[in-house]
Write a protein that binds this ligand. Structure first.
Ligand code: SF4
Length: 94
């Protein structure tokens, strides 16, 4: 069962560079992260509980810790997400 992670970033503070937590700057999640169970919210923004910089996680392919998609890299080096993600995204757009 999904645990409530609301307090996971307790003690974090917002700075000009981003959210600072335990001495590191945490950047918000990226679009590919939406739906992942590792997302935590802090003051209305969403962050990853596993990586401080989600954008980097997706830059070189798919995030290997994503809980919401089975992503893989095809032969051309493109990230492929499974249909579950695509249908969820379509449903949200309606
Ligand atoms: S684990 Fe990966 S997909 Fe999930 S929120 Fe973090 S960076 Fe995004």
């Amino acid at each position: 069962m999904a645990k409530k992670k609301a307090n996971l970033l307790e003690g974090a503070e917002k700075t000009e560079k981003g959210l600072k937590f335990k001495g590191i700057i945490i950047e918000p999640i990226v679009e590919n992260c939406i739906g992942c169970e590792r997302i935590v919210e802090f003051e209305g923004e969403k962050y990853c509980s596993s990586y401080p910089r989600p954008a980097i996680k997706w830059k070189n392919g798919a995030c290997n810790f994503a809980t919401h998609v089975k992503a893989s890299i095809d032969k051309a080096g493109q990230v492929k997400l499974n249909p579950l993600k695509a249908s969820k995204r379509a449903a949200r757009g309606r």
